[in-house]
Design a protein around this ligand. Sequence first.
Ligand SMILES: [Zn+2]
Length: 178
Amino acid sequence: MLKHWAEGARHGAFVFTSNVDGHFQAAGYDEARVLECHGTINFMQCGKPCGDAIWPSCSMINGIDIDALAAPSLPRCPHCGHLARPNFLLFDDGFWVETRSSAQWERLRIWLRTVQRPVVIELGAGTAVPSVRMFAESVRGPLIRVNLDESEVVGDGVGIRGTSLDVLSAIDAALARA
Ligand SMILES: [Zn+2]
């Protein structure tokens, strides 16, 4: 539904997600319009790290079966031989290679300069790790906050209590009637 709405919007949409599963790209969203603020399971990096290199972790590269979440052999950095790790941010993680996320931030900043007053649709973002909420509230535009427990909005916007699927389905039905 979100992708369908975005396709009808003049400037399209930009995805900001703390999910690391790459499901937006798998659903057909343009890779150049996705920011994964906590990184992605679809790339690997050196655990040390010995540099800024990241490499795709798809299929059985580096010995990890992503679909089965199994590693018959431990993945190694192709540059130094140290243990490799997924390229996403853990708690108290001082070793995450941020280059990919930084490039995504740059593309988002450029896109935000082209739009006047983007509507932000925030789905199920928690307050414990508020990365998504902080970004959503930083954008100068109306905020639609969809959340089961914490849907309150201060300022320009509306909070809707419910699951993302239920609320988006209701909005989609209302748009179809309009
Ligand atoms: Zn290395």
